[in-house]
Ligand binder design. Structure first.
Ligand SMILES: Cc1cc2nc3c(=O)[nH]c(=O)nc-3n(C[C@H](O)[C@H](O)[C@H](O)COP(=O)(O)OP(=O)(O)OC[C@H]3O[C@@H](n4cnc5c(N)ncnc54)[C@H](O)[C@@H]3O)c2cc1C
Length: 593
């Protein structure tokens, strides 16, 4: 770790390769060992009882969580002072990635270690941390997080659950019902959000045995059948005043900051999901024969496998970069500082854009990979006996919880524009520079090796993302915040720029370490992704500007000319590169990188 603070989203305005990023290959032995422990646990303990988990057989998942606690899988991110191991975000990424062979288990585990534990870790006072964190770390207590209500999902702050101070001032009396709560039937301790006097949105630490607390029946879901999803019912629930979490009226800070961490952890889990789908798929296509030969010999199937590997490489690169970046930023803080947790939270907030990107990209990558996996299985992919069917169904929820992908997409340009308005990121200056460069020409970088052209393409794609955002902002000014279709498109540009910047950053660092001949697959994945993505962004930018121009041909002509100057894409032949990725994946019977 470099212990260096990098400003959130600064990559958008920084040339490719200027900033060293954390890459999965930089994990130390301890971090790798943690990942392996998670894999071993899931393989030996979780998979053998998979069907029991899916049927929600009494005690099975809870016992597994407790067993996971016994071997340290629940305590990695909790400080040593509170019974944890005080591991950094890279280690917890390795855990999240490797706990993913069984979707229902993954969701129960991730909920406990993420949104079930983190509110107390980051917002609890000393007494609350001492009381709850050791038990959450050991698995004695199972955690949950109750924000959603029937009438307030995306609009979480519109919650109706009410908290009123009791006449003796010793308790808050909570009334309301929380909806869709993961681990709802199993949780011992739940972070519940309610409005004090119907007005001040506030977090409470609620124990399941407090009077007036109960849960409803299990929801019948599309996927993750083995995870618990229930209502949490609060009927004159008596919550001691010492269980107020953070400050009265500041519950939104807890809700949104904890979601930031949850979003990146979800993305990391999706990387593991992608790898598992690849494993199941390549094994299947090697065995299954049609027209007298294994499916694996058909070019159509090889292209699918290559696409799955490429998407996984990009997603993996993004999750470890995020974790390393956050670790570096947190490493600049003084651990003995009484404000350490508070300052750590500031760092988490700093990377809110990256957290939303991780969530959106990870969840959509797993959906795409699982879809390709099903397709490569043919009809068998639709049959429950084959694991890929379950991955496909289970994956779907990831685009909905932890903030839907639409909400997360809108957070990305929304946050960026707010920071630009405050002068925290020089977006406006960059727009001006691009306008001058359109007249004077863009400088190219010249780096030795096979990726030079791709580096220049990604640098230009960054400028394209800024340019089109500028076009929309110039037209709609402050009203842009209400023009959702533009915001969603802007998010796509920003997400893809981050994806390409990260992939090429990782590959360049590997090239430097190992040399070109030892990076064949990484180079192939990077080249194809940038080739395909830039071509797509180019079309997308033209459509975006046509929507801004709204039939004004002169305006569109001006934008179109600028787009053509900023980014040019000459397609490369991707067939041999894809064939190599598929071949290596088939040889390894899994993700080959
Ligand atoms: C299996 C499962 C587990 C869950 N676990 C938990 C949990 O542990 N704790 C918890 O608190 N919650 C949990 N949730 C709830 C989950 O976070 C919400 O379902 C999610 O935030 C979406 O809210 P909603 O379902 O009310 O959808 P809505 O908010 O009604 O959204 C419906 C659609 O409208 C879109 N939309 C909404 N608002 C806007 C807007 N302003 N602009 C544009 N589009 C918009 C959404 O993107 C979506 O496409 C869980 C849900 C499920 C299904």
């Amino acid at each position: 770790m470099s212990g260096q603070f990098r400003q959130g989203a600064s990559w958008l305005l920084t040339e490719v390769g200027k900033d060293k990023i954390f890459i999965a290959e930089d994990m130390n032995d301890e971090q790798k060992a943690f990942g392996q422990t998670a894999t071993d646990f899931v393989t030996k303990e979780v998979i053998p009882v998979s069907e029991k988990i899916e049927k929600k057989e009494a005690g099975v998942s809870v016992n597994l969580l407790k067993k996971a606690g016994e071997i340290g899988l629940l305590m990695a991110g909790i400080p040593e002072a509170y019974g944890g191991l005080g591991m950094n975000k890279v280690t917890t990424t390795a855990l999240s990635e490797n706990a993913t062979h069984q979707g229902s288990w993954t969701v129960s585990y991730m909920c406990h270690t993420g949104i079930g534990t983190l509110p107390i870790l980051y917002f609890g006072n000393k007494e609350q941390k001492e009381k709850y964190l050791p038990k959450l770390a050991s698995g004695e207590f199972i955690g949950a997080y109750a924000l959603t209500e029937a009438g307030s999902g995306s609009d979480a702050l519109a919650a109706k659950t009410k908290a009123v101070l009791s006449p003796d001032g010793k308790h808050y009396i909570l009334n309301g019902e929380k909806m869709f709560i993961t681990n709802g039937a199993w949780a011992d301790v739940i972070t519940v959000f309610a409005k004090v006097d119907g007005e001040h949105f506030t977090g409470f630490i609620v124990e399941k045995d407090f009077p007036g607390v109960s849960h409803g029946k299990e929801e019948e879901k599309m996927g993750i059948h083995g995870s618990s999803t229930t209502t949490i019912v609060l009927e004159d629930a008596k919550i001691p005043v010492e269980n107020v979490l953070g400050e009265i009226g500041k519950g939104h800070k807890i809700a949104f900051n904890v979601l930031n961490i949850g979003r990146w952890k979800l993305g990391a889990a999706c990387v593991g999901g992608c790898k598992r789908v690849i494993e199941h798929t390549v094994k299947y296509v090697k065995e299954r024969k049609q027209f007298g030969q294994p499916l694996a010999d058909f070019e159509a199937i090889q292209m699918m496998i290559a696409d799955m590997v490429i998407k996984t490489y990009i997603t993996e690169s993004m999750m470890y970069r995020y974790a390393g970046c956050l670790d570096d930023a947190i490493d600049t803080l003084d651990k003995t500082d009484a404000e350490y947790e508070k300052k750590s939270l500031k760092m988490i907030e700093e990377y809110a854009i990256e957290a939303s990107i991780a969530k959106v990209f990870g969840s959509e990558a797993l959906d795409e990979v699982a879809d390709l996996g099903v397709q490569a299985h043919g009809g068998y992919g639709y049959i429950q006996e084959y694991p890929v069917e379950r991955f496909y169904r289970n994956s779907r929820i990831n685009r909905i919880f932890e903030g839907t992908n639409e909400i997360n997409r809108m957070i990305i340009p929304g946050t960026l524009l707010k920071r630009a308005m405050k002068g925290e990121i020089d977006l406006m200056g960059e727009i001006q520079r691009i306008l001058s460069q359109l007249k004077d020409g863009f400088a190219e970088v010249d780096i030795p090796g096979t990726l030079n052209n791709k580096v220049n393409m990604v640098n230009r794609a960054k400028k394209l993302a800024v340019y089109v955002s500028g076009v929309a902002v110039q037209k709609y000014m402050a009203d842009i915040k209400d023009r959702q279709s533009f915001l969603l498109d802007m998010a796509d540009f920003i997400i893809e720029v981050y994806a390409m910047d990260t992939a090429i950053g990782r590959t360049l660092q590997l090239l430097e370490k190992r040399g070109e001949d030892q990076c064949e697959l990484e180079i192939a994945a990077t080249k194809i992704y940038i080739n395909d993505t830039c071509a797509r962004l180019l079309n997308h930018a033209r459509q975006f500007c046509a929507n801004v121009a709204k039939g004004d041909e002169e305006a569109f002509g001006k934008y179109d000319k600028a787009i053509g100057r900023i980014l040019e894409v000459t397609p490369i032949c991707t067939l041999d590169l894809k064939a190599t990725l598929a071949e290596k994946s088939l040889d390894k019977e899994g993700y080959p990188i």
